[in-house]
Design a protein around this ligand. Sequence first.
Ligand code: NAD
Ligand code: WQD
Length: 344
Amino acid sequence: MKGKILVTGGAGYIGSHTVVELQNAGYSVVIIDDLSNSTADSIDGIERITGTRPVFVKLDCNDLDGLRNLFASHPDIKGIIHFAASKAVGESVQKPLLYYRNNLNSLINLLDLMPQFDIKNIVFSSSCTVYGEPDVNPIDETAPVKPAESPYGNTKQINEEIIKDFVRSGADIKSIILRYFNPIGAHPSAELGELPNGVPQNLVPYITQTAIGVREQLSVFGDDYNTPDGSCIRDFINVVDLAKAHVIAIDRMLEDKSQDKVEIFNLGTGRGVSVLELINVFEKVSGTKLNYKIVARREGDIEKIWADPKHANNVLGWTAKENIDDTMNSAWKWQLKLREKGIM
Ligand code: NAD
Ligand code: WQD
């Protein structure tokens, strides 16, 4: 065993895929999750894929005493991957205090306890949302952080600052901040995937739910952008590729490979794909015709953004490997599996 890693939000979409990769790489994992946006089914999925059931404790990261007890019962935790957060952009506009409370307190509690329990390493889930509308694409980590478009986006910016300030204050910790572009797809086994609560806000679950008949029609938000086909462009990154980067980040910190106490990496493919292109790919790999219509732009949408992932490629030795066809196919297989199980 390589060591024990605490994964907050490990029952969620990206967290559960990351736990699989951590276990495959020889780490033992403790998951904490309050199941506010997930179910414990993902723990079963992780066990079916890896043959190992991670330790799972239902716990809210806002519960400082609960966290303290958790760390006391696992004194051998070597690092933390902090996924737990509320993540719906629209909801964050409606309920800003919920977002500030959950996303800021969770991190503060963890940082507060890390020195007390001699835990030196934390990976933080950030987002390309910190870049706003880029002045240039592809965008690298030296680009300025733009004023946040939503309370959710603001929590990511503030969390990055909290980590930097804590390190600046002399805290004996290291952090790797990972800025994800648009994670999509599912585990190829279809044992894990994205299962949003209620009506999906993100494109890919909306596509697959429409194709399977749970939603009637996908609305494509705008075809009058300054892009080749008029629809928005994103950097869609396969969730398993993304998960693997976390294992590399943890290895890097535990092996003390970096001089810097805080490092920031973009996690994207480096390729921009438009919304309409993605729909075409989906129709091709699924063999279905998607019912969609073009509607007005969605307020606050970025026109085009894709990553310059060279920093992660060169320094972490990580590259996104999966192609978009296989990724969309994995999302479709996951949706079919949900249907088979009668979940959706
Ligand atoms: P998710 O909602 O599937 O997973 C987050 C998990 O955290 C859920 O299981 C939820 O129940 C749990 N959680 C929330 N608040 C908690 C708390 N206070 N205590 C314990 N558990 C709590 O979301 P995801 O897509 O897997 O995202 C993981 C992280 O990556 C989040 O921080 C998110 O902001 C970030 N991120 C996601 C995306 C994306 O598009 N999915 C993009 C960029 C960044
Ligand atoms: C992608 C494209 C939509 C749904 C969000 C967050 C961001 C980050 C990733 C966490 C856009 C279009 C979508 C639909 C559509 N998350 N679309 N019809 O907006 O890039 O980013 O998730 O950090 O912070 O803002 O992702 O999947 O919502 O949209 O046409 O029903 O698909 O307009 O162009 P987005 P998304």
